[in-house]
Ligand binder design. Structure first.
Ligand code: PA5
Length: 445
């Protein structure tokens, strides 16, 4: 079970200040539960875990089997909410090195459609040249330029390399039920396709086929992932009292810290496999809360790596930050520090200790140092890096984000600001329909 500890924030905001958020948190929970808040047509994620059926999971597993049997590599094409959750889960659960081996048990999952770098796409097409590869084209709108451009290249290469019939088998679309180019292409080409529900926004979609299909293809247990989310759906539900509800406490504490002048939240891990959980969380909170000229800036670091880069800033820079650490209680493997007779490196004082004990002391030492340096610290402890814990963690962050956004007073489920760059890019590229914008932007240059 996931737990949250806010003790090390209490020297910065009082228990009473946090407790005073209870009515606002309660109101936010009511708005989510009864669909009475802003963005209420995007609440499909709220009870998604407990409403997923066995038939749906079995269907996803059957599709995953087809790709697992026919592909050495599967390219997930998507951006933002259409790729970050998938990558977060797969990287958290994967061995750090086996993807480099020749004889792999599972298809290697790689990513495209999340940038427009020519070098990246060129190197990707080169890498795929001698591979049996498949593609999952993920886009809710079905029109996102980054993803569409990558998919155009990948579709052609897959058909050229593997033939039209096999391409049909190993290309899957996950998109809107009716609209968008991805839907039209999928229907015309006869690809297997899945629908992203209308009422689930991209950054809340990891437990839909958007995340579940690639995670199953990568060889992970999606039943357990969902089981972990279901457990957190109960724990963080509206019926759990404020003080026992980790999502309510997290939302209240971060808003209390924000009001006290702590404008930046840094999500911290001590395990590099969690790097993309950080990235997913940054999008979830950044896109949900950063609007109306408000919102905590979500930043992230990987420790102890970044203690040797960002550590200085965190310890002694501007005091506008707080940290939230994701701590993994039990590691999956055992490795002890060996004894060395010569002890030239002076590390014999650690001999016989588990490497994780050293890491945990780095974690504790960092927490104490940062709190002493003026940085409030929250700790989220997950039991281990497994499907159940990660499923629970994802749902915890989602519901806490919905509550926190409403407490802040914004609509957590829209992202109007994302359109500004797209409009300019289309104008600069002379996209049909953007003639007036093209003229206006040329005048500015
Ligand atoms: O959370 C969101 O809505 C966004 O981050 C989208 O996921 C992202 O922009 C990709 O959009 P689409 O799935 O329509 O290609």
């Amino acid at each position: 079970m996931i737990s949250l500890n806010i003790q090390k924030t209490l020297g910065f905001v009082s228990k009473e200040t946090i407790a005073a958020f209870e009515p606002k948190v309660k109101a936010a929970q009511e708005m989510l539960e009864h669909g009475t808040g802003k963005g209420n047509d995007f609440l499909g994620w709220l009870h998604l875990p407990s409403s997923i059926t066995k038939e749906h999971l079995d269907d996803l597993k059957a599709t995953a089997k087809v790709l697992r049997e026919n592909c050495e590599v599967v390219v997930v094409a998507g951006i933002g909410g259409s790729y970050l959750g998938t990558r977060a889960v797969i990287e958290a659960l994967s061995n750090s090195f086996t993807w480099l081996e020749d004889k792999k048990k599972n298809p290697v999952i790689i990513y495209a459609g999340h940038n427009i770098s020519e070098d990246y796409l060129f190197e990707l097409t080169e890498f795929l040249k001698d591979k049996k590869f498949g593609v999952i084209n993920i886009s809710k709108s079905g029109t996102t330029t980054e993803t569409a451009l990558a998919f155009r290249l990948l579709k052609k290469q897959c058909e050229d390399q593997r033939g039209k019939e096999m391409a049909k088998k190993v290309i899957v679309a996950i998109t809107d039920a009716k609209k968008g180019a991805a839907r039209i292409t999928a229907d015309q080409e006869g690809y297997k396709s899945y629908i992203i529900p209308d009422n689930v926004g991209g950054r809340f979609s990891v437990l839909t086929p958007v995340g579940l299909l690639p995670i199953a293809i990568a060889g992970f247990d999606i039943d357990k992932l969902i089981a972990g989310a279901v457990e957190m759906e109960k724990t963080c539900g509206i019926d759990t009292p404020f003080e026992k509800n980790p999502a309510a406490i997290y939302a209240a504490t971060r808003n209390a810290l924000y009001e006290s002048g702590k404008k930046i939240e840094i999500l911290v891990n001590f395990c590099p496999k969690l790097h993309y959980v950080n990235e997913w969380w940054k999008q979830l909170y950044g896109e949900s809360e950063g609007k109306d000229h408000k919102g905590i800036f979500p930043a992230a670091v990987d420790f102890s790596t970044d203690l040797h880069s960002m550590g200085q800033w965190i310890q002694e820079g501007e005091r506008t930050i707080f940290e939230t650490v994701i701590s993994v209680d039990k590691v999956n493997h055992k490795l002890e520090v060996p004894t060395d007779e010569a002890n030239l490196d002076g590390l014999n004082y650690l001999a016989g200790k588990r490497v994780d004990e050293v890491n945990k002391m780095a974690e504790l030492g960092t927490q104490l140092a940062h709190v002493d340096g003026g940085v409030p610290n929250m700790r989220i402890v997950i039991p281990s890096l497994d499907e159940k814990s990660i499923g629970g963690l994802l749902y915890f962050f989602e519901i806490a984000c919905g509550i926190s956004g409403y407490v802040l007073g914004v609509n957590p489920f829209d992202q109007p600001g994302v359109e500004a760059y797209k409009k300019n890019m289309f104008a600069l590229l002379n996209k049909p329909g953007f003639e007036a914008e093209s003229k206006a932007i040329q005048a500015k240059l």
